[in-house]
Design a protein around this ligand. Structure first.
Ligand SMILES: Cc1cc2nc3c(=O)[nH]c(=O)nc-3n(C[C@H](O)[C@H](O)[C@H](O)COP(=O)(O)O)c2cc1C
Length: 222
């Protein structure tokens, strides 16, 4: 397989990281490549915040406190459309079931599920977090561009021996993020991303997700 296809197939969301730091040069190299992602009209309608060290400790501590206090914020945008329909509903359901099965959390174990969800806000132990900001005046077309950058980051990270997890979960905490990242009124975080070395011993990283077949996902018009 050519290397790009191999990376596309090998990439997966990793939800437990080791504490091994990620060298700044590696992050720089990954982002320099990712910033070559295409965008309509070459608008490059994104800004990436790299959060590490003390800033990361402040963010994860703030999130821990907010959650312990049962706080909630008004989300930036809905992570899923309301009343998700088939086949998306079943895909999402199965994804959750498969994920929780890896760590032995039953469907009825609400507290266990919430504990795992909260791991999002500790970046799953990753030593670096990337936050993808977009100007809220941008439209759907520019959100496509943002996805291009994110996938490019995830693929190039593999080349540096690094794992990632894209995280829409951060859309639920716009105020905390806005303050910690110093966002101006126009900018919002579309998604976060954990970046680090995979904890290969952690059972949650045994998850291998499925995909629809070529027949299901593609219609040919000849
Ligand atoms: C935009 C986006 C947002 C996501 N948000 C989260 C998230 O908040 N938390 C999480 O654990 N996984 C999140 N994921 C990971 C998906 O669950 C994952 O990509 C999907 O189940 C397919 O699995 P794979 O990435 O291992 O191939 C997100 C993925 C994308 C593309």
């Amino acid at each position: 397989m050519p290397p790009v296809a191999a990376a596309a197939v090998a990439r997966r969301s990793v939800r437990a990281f080791t504490a091994e730091p990620v060298p700044g040069e590696a992050i720089e190299a990954i982002l320099a490549a990712a910033l070559r992602a295409p965008s309509g009209g070459n608008l490059q309608p994104w800004h990436i915040h790299v959060v590490r060290g003390g800033a990361l400790a402040r963010l994860t501590a703030a999130m821990r406190l907010a959650q312990e206090a049962g706080e909630q914020e008004v989300p930036n945008h809905p992570v899923y459309p309301e009343g998700l329909w088939e086949p998306y509903r079943s895909r999402r359901f199965e994804n959750g079931e498969d994920l929780y099965r890896t760590i032995g959390i039953e469907r009825s174990d609400k507290a266990g599920r919430l504990r795992q969800l909260a791991q999002n806000y500790q970046l799953f132990g990753a030593p670096a977090g990337l936050f993808f900001a977009i100007d809220r005046r941008m439209g759907r077309a520019q959100w496509i561009d943002l996805g291009m950058v994110m996938q490019t980051v995830m693929l190039v990270a593999l080349e540096h021996g690094l794992a990632t997890c894209p995280q829409a979960a951060w859309a639920l905490w716009p105020d905390t993020l806005g303050e910690l990242l110093g966002l101006d009124e126009h900018m919002m975080i579309a998604a976060g991303m954990a970046l680090g070395h995979e904890d290969t011993a952690h059972p949650i990283n045994t998850l291998r997700t499925t995909r629809q077949s070529l027949d299901e996902g593609v219609t040919w018009h000849d």
